[in-house]
Design a protein around this ligand. Structure first.
Ligand code: KG4
Ligand code: ZN
Length: 349
């Protein structure tokens, strides 16, 4: 039984390592978590893949050593190494995967490759050990926007996803239009607090039916409003507020629809956009009396290795292992994911 799992996450611009420890029959909790956010991308207004790989390469050994030291355990106590296999930037992923393989091989420990989004899904379970399916999950990050029906860990039914930009990507692009720093979610949320919700009413794309999302038209609407503004400095908080309200309204309306459709009494929020206090507050308000909202603290919602170790632990506890051919995959498919399309196409058992 792998009770002590070292996690490694290098899929984008965070170099992270963590140790999670399970005691008795209880699922694991975080013993240490180190996240080094790469500053190098800030001046470029987005992540530069080659720079990300180099920064991971430089930082990862020290980040792993630090996570083990902070957990207060010797190296020998680690039972398994879990690493993000994909999706993400392939060069960045490769640094983590190769390092994890080296560690596990040298120490003769189990190795498990983890899907980054499955990691995000497990994040709230680190602070809430009772959290268990069935639930509805809204995964919102810089690269993905997905609504899932989760009847059991490992079984993920895709209700809908974005047809164009991810929710976090929309925050980042609009932040850039407003002259704010990258990543754009946090500065937009701060600015929006002082914004008047009535000043700019932006469209709510695809809000009133189904589970699919689209954010590119909303981004263009903000672009037009920015161009039309003759007092951009004064309008910025109102533009940020109008944009944020539109995105959150769409996300939460569809989350509520998913809760009503499935009848589940828990709604999980995951991914970097789930750091938004405005999102979790709106979700809790709209779902009051319908479902409880489970969301991890911000440190566990942005990219981090603790969620990877937690998801890895679940796979390991089912006897799964990766072998030494484990390779980074930029387009790794979500394990256990089905959509209505694949379900109806699947042969009857
Ligand atoms: O999950 P994550 O850390 O990385 C990816 O896997 O993409 O998500 C990063 C995304 C960025 O687009 C960032 O702008 C967004 O999460 N984000 C937020 C907030 N904090 C981070 N979006 C809205 N409001 C926030 N407070
Ligand atoms: Zn992520």
């Amino acid at each position: 039984m792998a009770d002590v799992v070292l996690g490694i996450e290098t899929s984008c611009d965070e170099t992270s390592a963590a140790v999670v420890v399970a005691t008795g029959q209880r699922p694991p909790e975080v013993a240490s978590l180190v996240i080094l956010s790469q500053d190098v991308h800030r001046v470029f207004g987005g992540v530069v893949p080659e720079l990300a790989s180099r920064a991971h390469l430089t930082a990862l050994p020290a980040v792993v050593d630090r996570a083990i030291a902070e957990a207060g355990i010797p190296w020998s106590a680690i039972d398994a190494v879990a690493v993000t296999q994909g999706p993400g930037l392939v060069g960045a992923l490769l640094v983590g995967v190769v390092y994890a393989k080296g560690l596990a091989y040298a120490a003769d420990r189990a190795l498990i490759g983890v899907h980054h989004l499955e990691g995000h899904l497990f994040a709230p379970a680190l602070e809430d050990p009772e959290l268990a399916p069935p639930f509805v999950a809204l995964l919102v990050s810089g690269g993905h926007t997905m609504l899932l029906d989760v009847p059991a860990w490992g079984r993920y039914h895709l209700l809908g996803q974005t047809r164009d930009d991810a929710a976090g990507e929309a925050f980042d692009k609009v932040a850039s239009l407003l002259g704010l720093e990258y990543p754009g979610g946090p500065p937009i949320e701060r600015l929006a607090r002082g914004g008047d919700p009535q000043r700019f009413q932006f469209p709510r794309p695809m809000r009133d039916s189904g589970f699919e999302f689209s954010f590119s038209g909303l981004k263009t609407a903000v672009l037009h409003a920015v161009r039309a503004s003759s007092h951009l400095e004064q309008d910025r908080p109102h533009l940020a507020r109008g944009f944020q309200d539109a995105v959150l309204d769409v996300l939460v309306t569809k989350l509520e629809r998913a809760v009503r459709t499935t009848g589940h009494s828990t709604a999980v929020l995951g991914g970097g956009v789930a750091c938004s206090k405005a999102l979790s507050t709106l979700a809790a308000d709209r779902l009051q009396g319908l479902a409880r909202v489970a969301v991890a603290s911000p440190r566990l919602n942005t990219d981090n290795a603790a969620m990877i170790a937690r998801a890895g632990w679940w796979h390991l506890s089912r006897g799964e292992r990766s072998d030494w051919t484990l390779d980074a995959r930029a387009d790794l498919p979500f394990p256990g994911l089905t959509s209505s399309m694949t379900r109806s196409q699947a042969p009857h058992p």
